[in-house]
Design a protein around this ligand. Structure first.
Ligand SMILES: Nc1ncnc2c1ncn2[C@@H]1O[C@H](COP(=O)(O)OP(=O)(O)OP(=O)(O)O)[C@@H](O)[C@H]1O
Ligand SMILES: [Mg+2]
Length: 141
């Protein structure tokens, strides 16, 4: 943990903050002052994610978390980001659940982003109520 904290303090090669830091910042910003117990898990070498894919990852996390904050009335939110052969973003809340037929804008955008990267996207009822959003893309297209 100390090692990853130190890495997080360093900027990437382009001067942009590392993906791990960016995602933590986005989640903190969106859940600040919201009565929501938020758990964030990140695993694998987030540093090897390409710049374009990292941009998608940020957009996906931003949309998924802001949906949970604005629509779910959830008590708990879990964001899991893992990197191995694929980047996998898994966002689960225990809120009211997503209606079957809704006008989708942010979610439509996430589907397009997955398609662009040869990945996958699904929003489904979570195992114990609430909503699960799962977005994946291969590290190398
Ligand atoms: N986690 C969630 N829990 C409950 N309902 C949800 C959740 N995420 C989305 N929804 C429902 O699905 C609808 C569509 O979501 P979508 O992100 O596409 O649009 P939006 O959030 O309303 O608008 P935008 O993303 O453009 O700000 C939402 O308006 C809301 O009714
Ligand atoms: Mg939205």
């Amino acid at each position: 943990e100390i090692r990853s904290a130190i890495f997080d303090l360093q900027a990437g090669p382009t001067g942009a903050p590392r993906l791990r830091t960016t995602l933590h910042d986005v989640i903190t910003e969106l859940t600040r002052d919201v009565p929501l117990r938020t758990t964030v898990r990140m695993s694998g070498p987030l540093d090897v994610v390409s710049a374009p894919l990292a941009e998608h990852a940020e957009a996906v996390v931003r949309e998924a978390v802001s949906n949970a904050v604005r629509h779910a009335q959830a008590r708990e939110l879990t964001v899991t980001v893992s990197v191995d052969d694929d980047l996998v973003i898994d966002v689960v809340d225990d809120g009211v659940g997503i209606p079957d037929t809704v006008a989708r804008s942010g979610l439509h955008n996430l589907r397009q982003r997955a398609g662009e990267m040869g990945g996958s996207f699904v929003v489904e009822p979570a195992a114990h109520g609430g909503t699960r959003l799962l977005w994946t893309a291969p590290l190398t297209p």
